[in-house]
Design a protein around this ligand. Sequence first.
Ligand SMILES: Nc1ccc(Br)nc1
Length: 446
Amino acid sequence: ANSNDNARSGRSGSLSSIPAHDFVQKIDVNPPKGTRDFPPEDMRLRNWLFNHFREVSQMFAFEEVDFPVLESEALFIRKAGEEIRDQLYCFEDRGNRRVALRPELTPSLARLVIQKGKSLSLPLKWFAVGQCWRYERMTRGRRREHYQWNMDIIGVPDVTAEAELISSIVTFFKRIGITASDVGFKVSSRKVLQEVLRCYSIPNELFGKVCIIIDKIEKLPIDEIKKELRSAELSDEAIEELLQVLSVKSLAKLEEKLGAAGEAVSDLQQLFSLAEKFGYSEWIQFDASVVRGLAYYTGIVFEGFDREGKLRAICGGGRYDRLLSTFGGEDIPACGFGFGDAVILELLKEKGLIPEVGQQVENIVCALDTDLQGAAASVATILREKGQSVDLVLENKPLKWVFKRAARINARRLILVGSSEWEKGEVSVKNLSSGEQYQIEVDRLE
Ligand SMILES: Nc1ccc(Br)nc1
């Protein structure tokens, strides 16, 4: 206890005469800008959502992993002009190390795979639900943290891996009542861009930067996009061809444009035929304009969108076969997705699908007078040892108060410990839904 406590508690001590206000400074009780508290009701909804993330991941035989929320800044320093880089929540720690709050989970996953190296037997199917951060000028009043569900498959070069990942997200949507008429996936491949850029002998190291510029195509005027592409040393001819290809509306047209021999077309054709077999064809559509805003994708990319077009992307992912080598590791083919905890709740609100997640308690146990408090504690323990949840009334309260609390915590039954019954080793039970009342020996409670 510090002097402050003494002053507050009124306990004897030399400081009690000093008025408390000398020590107490009024703090802001709100969480830091852009962050959220999770009081019980919000935490129950979050747990409901995360339980679905976990149950679907386990249904697909993925193993849960996690990493520090604090990472070396170097893990996220990429030179492709990504927004995620501009908004890095980074700082120098007391050991003068450059560190950052992770803006995404994939680089940490890549780091762990490299660290574990040869001891890992491929393929890996890992999932994580982790808090991710960005530092954005609060002018836009957007959040600075969110929780992201990630699933990644490491060591499978075929698009069967991407097809499996999309199947897991479709499974999740179905479990929470979202249908193919609410949500779809735009699917493309960065190999489309690659094949166009190769025709104009654009060097590979520009690939990431070009993708990031293209990803802004629906957020910036087309002249701005062209200007940025020109500054990335693309010729006007290459830019025109690129924009042409990105407006292709079907896989058939893409094949006409790029030919059937390229990997872009064959990967996408394989993915769409696998979608048929998985039974989620109605959920996905080819859309050449999808590139996603992360520099490291190298193949199939996809993003979940709400068909009413009111919300930002719900989730997104793709193949990233070259990420490990950017950290000095041996490249292993990989693909994965990220699914944030914010847009999905906006969608569920839109659709009236937010579930009722009230508190559920089986028993509320109350002593009818203070010298039976110990007896009430023993009843609570017996029930808890039977695996039942018990709210034990901890103070001497009037029955009216106890009934009110029972209703608030949604208790199934009230157990009263009274002296006459207790002498017979019994308690009084009231079933709070049926109103049924009876006496019973404690040991026979179940
Ligand atoms: N990457 C990232 C992190 C945090 C939020 Br909020 N949004 C995106």
